[in-house]
Design a protein around this ligand. Structure first.
Ligand SMILES: [Zn+2]
Ligand SMILES: [Zn+2]
Length: 339
């Protein structure tokens, strides 16, 4: 598509929209949005597909603003700015993540936990996302993209990377780290953890030798089925797969004092388990959303590792097919939509 004059009233764009949870995405022709005072208008170059998008489309998460344009791993160029935007320039390449707005005043915001803000709004859920040719975003939640990354390569950094990084940070000084589910987030975390000198143990769907090979290529010292016991007691486990049964499995794999960190926004029910699995000061916790600090830290760290994302590009119009492929579990790395 040729660049259009963004502020023109008649300018329209294509967006892949969800009318209601559980329905397939549909291509819609909608007006190019006009940025508010604190917003930038971004011409979308790439938007990665996240498992959260799948939960939104499938109706596991139902609090969105419908019709809804998913997509919260957006890379694009600023083409217009609201009156109060000072720190971003036209032509600058930015990334737009899941956290799209916080109130700044609630007790969580004041305590530095804006990821838990009472009035938080999320890109591609409450706010229109990046499965479109253009998107508006609050400039305070839009981050310059490191120059060494192509658009498609950068896109998965914005959720898979950020949430993975936050989850890894929650593991503290843990040396032996288990990764349960080796998709987009784990493939980035593995590289960061390896760079930090940690040992990575990758647990995949039983029999997924492709994912196990991929994990070893990225520095895992062991990779196997999630039904297997860990070869060594782990210090922490990060659970990325939305499978509740992995929580007791991961608890059984961590040593005394270890933690199990659940990084997904949705998970099937966790089966009951014996208290013995938790005993010994083991912990289970979740990681919710991200803060701006996570984004700034991780986008500075990624080029130093350097994190290299494995991506497969699909056209924007194939967003529904991309979600189907993610659901089937056959994706190694990240799918990225390009308009
Ligand atoms: Zn708040
Ligand atoms: Zn995400």
């Amino acid at each position: 598509m040729r660049p259009i004059k963004p502020m023109s009233e008649r300018a329209t764009m294509t967006a892949m929209q969800l009318q209601q949870p559980g329905r397939p995405l549909q291509a819609a022709t909608v007006p190019v949005p006009v940025p508010g005072e604190d917003q930038v208008l971004v011409r979308v170059h790439a938007c990665a597909v996240c498992r959260t998008d799948l939960h939104i489309v499938d109706g596991d998460l139902t609090q969105g603003a419908y019709p809804l344009t998913p997509g919260h791993e957006v890379v694009g160029t600023v083409v217009a700015r609201g009156a109060r935007v000072e720190h971003l320039q036209d032509g600058q390449r930015v990334g737009v993540p899941w956290l799209g707005f916080t109130c700044g005043g609630c007790r969580f915001c004041r305590a530095g936990q804006e990821n838990l803000c009472e009035s938080a709004r999320f890109t591609g859920y409450h706010l229109p996302g990046g499965y479109a040719q253009y998107a508006v975003a609050d400039a305070r939640y839009s981050f310059p993209i490191p120059s060494g990354y192509g658009d498609a390569q950068a896109a998965p950094l914005l959720c898979a990377g950020l949430i993975g990084y936050r989850a890894l940070r929650m593991a503290g000084e843990a040396r032996r780290i288990g990764l349960y589910g080796f998709g987009a987030a784990a493939h980035i975390v593995a590289q960061v953890a390896h760079h930090q000198g940690r040992e990575i143990y990758a647990f995949t769907r039983p029999g997924d030798h492709g994912a196990q090979r991929f994990a070893r290529e990225l520095g895992a010292c062991w990779a196997g089925d999630s039904t297997q016991p860990a070869p060594q007691p782990l210090d922490a486990a990060l659970v990325f797969a939305p499978v509740g049964a992995l929580v007791p499995a991961a608890l059984a794999a961590v040593d005394k004092g270890g933690s199990v960190i659940c990084a997904g926004i949705h998970m099937s029910a966790i089966p009951s388990f014996s208290y013995e699995l938790l005993w010994g000061e083991r912990m289970v916790r979740s990681v919710a959303n991200l803060t701006r600090r996570d984004a700034e830290e991780f986008l500075a760290l990624a080029p130093r590792v350097p994190v290299r994302t494995r991506t497969e590009i699909m056209p924007l119009a194939a967003a529904g097919e991309a979600l189907n492929r993610l659901r089937s579990g056959e994706v190694h790395g990240a799918l990225v939509l390009m308009p």
